[in-house]
Design a protein around this ligand. Sequence first.
Ligand code: HEC
Length: 118
Amino acid sequence: MRPWKSSVKIATAALSLFVWTLSTWPGADAQDGDDVMPSDPYLAELYADTCMACHANPDSGAPMTGDVVEWEARLAQGEDVLLDHVIDGFKGMPPLGSCSDCSEQDFIDLIDFMATGG
Ligand code: HEC
């Protein structure tokens, strides 16, 4: 084997290890919710100002944005119950999710975004 060939191999191996490390790094996972934003700029602003503080923070006890499994159980209660919980507050969740400017439709859109992660 020519020397340059083995150094190409080593470089390739190092590169794939690097890519693997990046993709498995804690926080690179969309389930953590801290790097996902609604594509709609209006919704993104509401989300960033309010829901995100808890729903992208695993220590808050809130269901994480994009955690489809966790949200499935919540969605199973039905949209009306979820909306009531958002508007009135629910356990660690403050009334209106701290978003006094949000309309009912905004809440529905925000829940839909958080439950699917996009
Ligand atoms: C101060 C932290 C905080 C903020 C801000 C917040 N949430 Fe929550 N949210 C929580 C916590 C904690 C829970 C889990 C409550 C539980 O089940 O114990 C929760 C649960 C929920 C649920 C599920 C309720 C259920 O019946 O299971 C919905 C829907 C929700 N949040 C929507 C929102 C929306 C929309 C926003 C932004 C407008 C928001 N939250 C902002 C903390 C927060």
